[in-house]
Write a protein that binds this ligand. Structure first.
Ligand code: FAD
Length: 816
């Protein structure tokens, strides 16, 4: 088969890397078009100072950065590698930052990056310009450094061109050509360029190119200041013109600053100024020696506070001045991550945007893998452009959240920290009642989700002593309340109502819907009407791309509980004609009624039989509860008797009120996500995206029970044939923390025999078992009963690999 004809829009660091990655894989019919002259096109790459700090909370982003470093080290221009591996230093000038750097060292260890914490003296030794009295220490990563981004573009273009790719400058793409829902090429000011695949690597012009294909690209160009000082006496003679720098790249995040050497001058970048959004379509595309579209005039007044802070940290700068500067433009997004993927409407139209130089080679490799091989071994869900909900694509939302990301880019962010604005974008029908109960809401996918209810505070006083959780450290106590313990107790001993509305669901219906679902999932769905099945969706390589719950409500009507928009996109792309996929999340709502008294609450409200035999475990039925038409599914993510009760949004409030009123004599409570998360971990229920991703097969992830190879062919079946829990080289394991009190939050490294061996995924305090729980990826050789250590803020905490589930392994609590 001949390789397809590819047009890449944009010859910046992303487009050049992609051309190289495709050509390396044998796709050589690649044309890279740029509106600017080559190689200095006038995009962000043309002036990028190229600092590469690899460590990131995201494993995927860290791996992208590591690949960029490795690749650029192997690229040469003018006899020099395209990466100057001077190392990276992030200094702490506050106790909070110093603590946070310990956490960050943990991420580095988790993702396999060598990193150490160094004291102030060592910092000054490595960076003699620093005022050591101002700093507590630094995180030092020896493999970080400076990408020579503009040079790398030249090297990549040369290599790709030698393999057949073409780079064409001064050619502006003005339209995306399409026919029958497929891309056929691009229109430019120099004529048409036919293509089977078009990839937009247009950087901060991404929104404009996306619009040409009818796509909302949630990206905001923002200006960011970069300045160079005059000569600094202390730097004279340190560096050659060619190497430019020899000290580590430096971050001073407490003041939103970073620094690098330019021979005997310093470059200073700042995020301390006001966000300065830019409309890319208004920029003059002309490139001269001194100007280009991505460089706006320097607004000196915005830089003044950063200059003062720079002189405090680096007193040697007092003898120098700011000699030049510019407001450089690059892309921000609502969640700070890149945007990668294929348009849902125009097949063959892809994008790879909002990408830093740091991640450029890694993202280009992943896109090339997806294009050429059909999937990447790297989990891409965090960067998939289809991850956003509709409300999150509104220009006002994109603008506000992207600007907020600019402001917070160097802030210490707690993993549970919600946005302050915009809020109340999506509320469930129960919202007013939840407010009355003092719900403390966190936000996810635009939804307001109660994490606990202050109204339950008095219940804490009545808790049995062994249910009282130990006091938490300051970090894990944030966005948390011990009230969750009372909510967990009531779920295990009474009855609680959980708002499950935000968990996304679709209705899949029409002729062929069973066969369609069977072809995409691992478990047997060809069961009677009323069946509910937990099943997995795999990619072609056998990685878990989602776990879903399928209820067969009619012979050809299925309600499918999914993990998010990526699943909707997956279904829509593959569905045959005749099958309908409808997102019913917003039009419906769901209350989880769970606990040993759940039946006492629900049965009197309904004529239908909610007994153990009347509605068996993993069965669904339509019913009326207090007159409200519902679909009840006997499932429990918390491991207690009860049902997910669905109704249409208009009926939601009445359903809540009826259950609430009937539950009063039983002591019903409303319970939130904090209790929920703890209870689900006690039961060993995995959370896709956190505990498992496409990087894991079902057996490694401990969900092999949902695979039925005998049911017939399904996507990914061939890849996992012959695999089992026994063959798994790594396993998702349940740990309990030995000290009984340290509650970690996820992503911490786990050590076996003193060496890093894995990382934590989900964690919570297990109220029922009076121990903190952490799920973690560990080598297959690590077994139940083995002792391990979790590193939490630099401290090693002993933990033990436990048999799972920790609570009710016999399922007696649910099946009664
Ligand atoms: C001041 C500043 C400092 C930075 N510092 C760092 C750093 O230290 N480390 C780091 O990792 N990142 C840094 N960045 C970010 C980084 O520079 C960018 O994220 C990166 O260069 C983006 O690369 P790109 O290839 O996506 O975009 P670009 O380099 O902007 O390339 C996109 C290309 O698309 C072309 N194009 C657009 N529209 C059209 C069209 N209609 N037709 C044809 N061609 C078109 C443009 O001309 C452009 O050449 C910094 C950015 C700035 C502004």
């Amino acid at each position: 088969m001949t390789a397809p004809k590819v047009v890449i829009v944009g010859a910046g660091i992303v487009g050049a890397n992609l051309a190289d990655e495709l050509a390396t894989r044998g796709w050589t019919d690649v044309t890279v078009l740029d509106q600017g002259p080559l190689p200095r096109t006038g995009g962000s790459t043309s002036h990028a100072p190229g600092l590469v700090f690899q460590t990131n909370p995201s494993k995927t982003m860290t791996e992208f950065a590591r690949y960029t470093v490795e690749k650029f080290l192997s690229l040469e221009v003018d006899g020099l590698p395209c990466f100057n591996q001077v190392g990276g230093m992030e200094v702490a000038t506050t106790p909070a930052r110093w603590e946070d750097l310990k956490r960050k060292r943990g991420w580095a260890t988790s993702w396999g990056i060598e990193a150490s914490l160094i004291d102030a003296d060592e910092c000054v030794h490595r960076w003699p310009l620093l005022d050591g009295s101002r700093i507590f220490g630094a995180l030092h990563v020896p493999t970080d450094g400076l990408a020579r981004a503009a040079k790398a573009v030249i090297a990549l273009a040369e290599r790709a061109s030698a393999r057949g790719a073409r780079f064409v400058g001064s050619t502006k793409v003005t339209g995306v050509l399409q026919s029958g829902g497929r891309v056929t090429g691009v229109q430019t000011d120099q004529g048409e360029f036919p293509a089977d695949i078009v990839v937009s690597c247009a950087g901060f012009w991404g929104r404009e190119i996306g619009a040409m294909a009818g796509m909302d690209v949630p990206l905001l160009p923002l200006a960011h200041q970069y300045a160079k000082t005059s000569q600094v006496a202390e730097l004279v003679g340190r560096n050659t013109e060619a190497a430019e720098a020899s000290m580590p790249i430096l971050r001073h995040q407490d003041q939103d600053l970073y620094f690098r050497e330019h021979v005997d001058r310093l470059g200073i970048g700042t995020y301390a100024h006001r966000p300065m959004p830019v409309d890319a379509s208004t920029l003059d595309p002309e490139v001269t020696e001194t100007s280009m579209p991505s460089m706006l005039p320097f607004t000196e007044e915005d830089f003044t506070p950063s200059w003062e802070q720079s002189k405090l940290l680096l007193p040697a700068l007092r003898q120098s001045k700011v000699e030049e500067g510019f407001n450089g433009i690059f892309s921000f997004t609502p969640d700070g991550q890149s945007l990668v993927g294929e348009s849902a409407d125009v097949r063959g139209f892809w994008l790879a945007e909002a990408v830093w130089v740091t991640h450029s080679a890694g993202i280009a490799k992943a896109v090339a893998e997806v294009l050429v091989d059909g999937q990447s071994p790297t989990d891409l869900h965090e960067v998939d452009v289809h991850r956003f909900e509709d409300v999150q694509l509104a220009p006002s939302y994109v603008s506000e959240t992207s600007q907020q990301n600019f402001v917070e880019v160097y802030d210490i962010l707690h993993p549970l920290q919600p946005k302050l604005s915009p809020r109340d974008l999506r509320v469930t029908p129960f919202h007013a009642r939840q407010r009355e109960l003092g719900a403390v809401f966190l936000e996810a996918a635009g939804w307001e989700r109660p994490h606990w209810y202050e109204a339950n505070a008095p219940l804490l006083k009545k808790l049995p002593h062994d249910w009282l959780p130990p006091a938490r450290d300051n970090w894990s106590a944030q966005f948390h309340s011990p009230i969750a313990a009372a909510e967990a107790w009531h779920t295990r001993n009474g009855v609680a109502m959980y708002d499950m509305t935000p968990l996304k669901r679709v209705e899949i219906s029409g002729p062929g819907s069973l066969e369609f679902l069977q072809s995409l999932t691992t478990n047997q769905l060809d069961k009677s009407v009323g069946s509910v099945t937990y099943t997995l969706m795999l990619d072609a390589a056998g990685g878990v791309r989602s776990d879903v719950t399928v209820a067969r409500l009619e012979p050809e009507v299925f309600q499918v509980g999914i993990n998010g928009n990526l699943d909707v996109d997956h279904f829509l792309r593959r569905k045959p004609g005749g099958v309908q996929v409808r997102d019913i999340t917003g039009g419906t709502c769901c209350i989880g009624v769970w606990g040993p008294l759940a039946r006492d609450l629900v049965q009197p409200l309904s004529r239908e039989d909610f007994s153990h035999t009347g509605l068996k475990y993993f069965r669904a039925r339509k019913a009326r509860i207090a007159g409200v038409p519902v679909t009840a599914m006997r499932l429990s993510y918390v491991g207690e008797l009860g049902w997910e009760i669905y109704t249409s949004a208009d009926n939601g409030l009445r359903l809540w009120d009826a259950l609430w009123a009937a539950g009063q004599p039983l002591g019903v409570i409303a319970a939130g996500r904090a209790a929920f998360n703890s209870l689900r971990l006690e039961k060993g229920y995995r959370l896709w995206g956190t505990d498992m991703t496409t990087e894991h097969d079902p057996y490694e992830a401990g969900v092999g029970f949902a695979v039925r190879p005998a049911k017939g062919p399904f996507l990914g079946a061939e890849a996992i044939a012959g695999r089992s829990e026994e063959t798994a080289a790594r396993r998702l394991r349940c740990l309990t923390v030995d000290d009984g009190q340290t509650v970690v939050l996820g992503k911490e490294p786990v050590f076996v025999d003193g060496a890093p061996a894995g990382y934590v995924t989900s964690a919570a305090y297990g109220y029922t078992i009076s121990l903190p729980i952490a799920y973690a990826w560990l080598p297959g050789s690590v077994d139940v009963g083995d002792a391990v250590e979790i590193e939490y803020f630099g401290r090693r905490v002993a933990a033990t690999v436990a048999v799972e589930p920790l609570v009710d392994p016999g399922m007696e609590r649910i099946r009664r």
